[in-house]
Each structure stands twice: as structure tokens, then as C-alpha cells.
Design a protein around this ligand. Structure first.
Ligand SMILES: *Cc1c(COP(=O)(O)O)cnc(C)c1O
Length: 386
């Protein structure tokens, strides 16, 4: 497998660890999303800001015309600052604080994705105080499992997210009693890193059933939002740099029965940004252990927590060596035994000073960085700029 293409000379002069973003790949990915989504009438794509809120990344995604899917007031602020029009901002989350709801109201965002009746009442009250009417969609828990890591399925009845399906009619009924909220849509999100189109088909079937029920009660829904969750190929970032957006959007076009005039909204995060980002780290020491070799690097789980948090696999390449491969445990400097990026992974023979690229790190990487051990936060650099 060929290595990714990196401007090694330029990367050598940047203080490690840092994130390197291939903006050309990001733009190509966005073109593919637009091409495939625009083949279907009424499809509207939002970017899930939580995957990566680097201001430069946000600007490129906004320039491509996507909307923003936010899960906090901070993300609404970042989206507005990056130039996303409020009419394309949706806001989800089980625990919206008053200031966050007020921020959404002040910006006249497109829609609040509401996850409980108490939340609906608070939105109504805060909207009334401003003399506004908030547009709300209900996030329903479709009880659809996704074939992904247990920590990142969100659409099962046991998860904290959303409203139970059997309560759908009663929560919609509640909006009739409240003067400052308007019911406009249904929202779903079944999980993340989903590669089996059958999982999305299962969601479509569920949405169709719910819409049939709504038809029987003559309730019209302006829009359906099916969330995000499309996965990427972590094992082959070079061979499959762009996810199969055609299969993804075509699945929804084939299986989900939209009513006349309805729009279908998507909230893709990982699939948009994962493959364009790499965490670049320098090898500090090669340690010959009793039974194996360790490559000790200057990045740790404070820079990229996915391997420690989800046992996630990231392909690692030694981008400054062409020597024969050897097996290494690639580990960070943090005082926790989970600070391991990979066990017994093949790298071109590594020595002190070599640069390693931890691939497919553009999503849930930089944004989840912490300062544990009082480490510095990693910076992000764009291929456009260096
Ligand atoms: C996290 C999240 C997304 C994006 O998920 P990806 O797997 O990154 O596509 C979309 N919608 C909601 C509500 C989310 O919480």
C-alpha cells in the first residue's frame, strides 16, 4: 500500500505534534457530496460541526454550501462566525442550556431538534420572552441498531437520546398548545462509523412507518432529518480517501418515501473530514522492550483520543523512512497505559526524529484534544498555507 503524499520538507519545520489537513482532498470530498446529493430532489446536507470545528475547515465547508449541525452554543457561535447562514443551522442535544437556546433564538436558526417535553416547554418560554416562534423538530429514537462500536450507537431504546416513538403523536400534540413553538420536522440519528447501508435502510423503513402513522392523523411534516453516521475506511485512507456518497444518498432516495414538498436533511460529520486530516508526530525514542519494540512518539491521547476511548484503529505511516518494515507498538508520553496508538503495527524502520502520520484523524481528532498532563493543544495546518 502506497503511503500518503506529504510535503515532508515543509512538515519538518513545524513543531510536533500537529494536525495536517489536505484541503484539496476536503474540497474533492465536498464536491462528491454535492454531486451525489444534488441528484435527488429535496436533499439538504449539513455538516456536523462537532467532528472538527477548526475555523479554516468550517470556512471551506461553508463555501461548498453545506449547512451546519450544532450540538452546543459554542458550535452555533463558531458556525455563525464561519459564515454559515442562520437559515442553514440546526441545533440538537439532550441538554440545551438556557443561554444556548437564547443564542439559537437570537440568531433565528433554522430548527431546534428537541429531545424531551421539558426542553420543548423551556424553548417555548424563552421564545415567548423574545416575542419569537421557534421552529422545532422532534428527535425520535427509532430503536434501530447500527453495526458499529457500542459506544457510538445512539438509536437504541436504551440510549439517552431522543423521544420514544410511541410518544410521537403526543409530543407533536404538545406543540399545538404552545404558542411560541412551531412543529416542522422529525429528526433521527442512529450512530456513527456506519458502513452497512442496511442500517440506513432500516432507518428508512422506520421513518416510512412513522410517516404513515402521521398521514393517518393528517399531520404534515415539512422536513425529515436522518442525521449522519456514514463511516470511512480507516484501514485504507490512500485507496479509499472519499466515502461512497453515491451508495449513501441513493439508499435514502430508494428507500425513504418523501411526501410531496418535503425536504430530506442529512448531518454528516466524520465522512466529510476524517480522511483529510493526519496527526503528525515525531518519534522520540525507540525502546527495545523484553518482548517487543516501542516507538515512543510526542503525540498522546490528549491529541487524538479515539484509540484510547473507542479502541479505534488508525493507520500509521513512517513518512520519513523507506527502510524495511518492522512491528512496533506506537505509544505516547502520557502517564496512562491506554496511551497507545497501535499495537504491533508495521512501520518502515523508525529512528529518533522520524515523522509518523496517524491517518484518518480529521474527524473527532483536534476537536477532542485536551490539556491533560498540562500538555499544549495541537495546532492545525492547512496544505493550502504551508
Ligand atoms: C454526531 C452527530 C452527527 C454526525 O455524526 P457522524 O458519524 O460524524 O456523521 C450528526 N447528527 C447528530 C445529532 C450527531 O450527534
Amino acid at each position: 500500500m502506497a503511503k500518503g503524499v506529504f510535503p515532508i520538507d515543509k512538515l519538518q519545520s513545524i513543531e510536533t505534534p500537529f494536525y495536517y489537513y489536505d484541503t484539496e482532498l476536503l474540497r474533492e470530498t465536498l464536491r462528491s457530496i454535492n454531486t451525489e446529493a444534488q441528484k435527488h430532489e429535496g436533499f439538504v446536507v449539513h455538516y456536523a460541526v462537532k467532528a472538527n470545528a477548526n475555523p479554516r475547515i468550517l470556512r471551506i465547508i461553508r463555501e461548498a454550501g453545506l449547512g451546519a449541525d450544532c450540538v452546543s452554543g459554542g458550535e452555533i457561535e463558531a458556525s455563525v462566525k464561519a459564515g454559515f447562514p442562520a437559515s442553514k443551522i440546526v441545533y440538537a442535544g439532550v441538554g440545551k442550556a438556557d443561554w444556548e437556546i437564547n443564542l439559537g433564538l437570537d440568531n433565528d436558526i433554522f430548527c431546534f431538534n428537541v429531545e424531551s417535553i421539558p426542553e420543548l416547554e423551556v424553548i417555548n418560554e424563552l421564545a415567548a420572552a423574545k416575542g419569537k416562534v421557534a421552529r422545532v423538530a422532534f428527535r425520535l429514537n427509532p430503536n434501530v441498531g447500527a453495526h458499529t462500536h457500542a459506544n457510538i450507537t445512539t438509536g437504541l431504546a436504551e440510549n439517552k437520546f431522543g423521544i420514544a416513538m410511541r410518544d410521537m403523536l403526543s409530543v407533536i400534540g404538545e406543540t399545538e398548545k404552545l404558542a411560541n413553538v412551531k412543529f416542522v420536522g422529525l429528526h433521527f440519528h442512529i450512530g456513527s462509523q456506519i458502513l452497512d447501508m442496511g442500517d440506513f435502510e432500516a432507518l428508512c423503513n422506520r421513518v416510512n412507518e412513522l410517516q404513515d402513522e402521521l398521514d393517518r392523523h393528517r399531520i404534515h411534516v415539512e422536513h425529515i432529518n436522518v442525521g449522519g453516521g456514514l463511516g470511512v475506511d480507516y484501514a485504507h485512507p490512500n485507496r479509499v480517501p472519499i466515502p461512497d456518497f453515491k451508495a449513501y444518498f441513493d439508499t435514502y432516495a430508494r428507500k425513504l418515501k418523501l411526501r410531496p414538498g418535503q425536504t430530506l436533511h442529512f448531518e454528516l460529520g466524520r465522512a466529510v473530514v476524517a480522511q483529510c486530516g493526519s496527526l503528525i508526530t515525531r518519534t522520540l525514542y525507540i525502546k527495545e522492550g523484553a518482548v517487543k519494540k516501542f516507538a515512543i512518539v510526542d503525540a498522546g491521547f490528549t491529541d487524538l483520543i479515539r484509540p484510547a476511548l473507542y479502541q479505534a484503529y488508525h493507520k500509521i505511516e513512517n513518512i520519513t523512512s523507506d527502510e524495511p518494515t518492522e512491528a512496533y507498538d506506537v505509544v505516547g508520553p502520557i502517564c496512562e497505559s491506554t496511551d497507545v496508538f497501535a499495537k504491533q503495527t508495521d512501520l518502515n524502520r523508525a529512528k529518533r526524529g522520524d515523522l509518523l502520520a496517524i491517518r484518518s484523524a480529521g474527524a473527532y481528532g483536534e476537536i477532542m484534544a485536551s490539556q491533560y498532563n498540562l500538555r499544549r493543544l495541537p495546532q492545525g495546518y492547512m496544505s493550502d498555507d504551508i
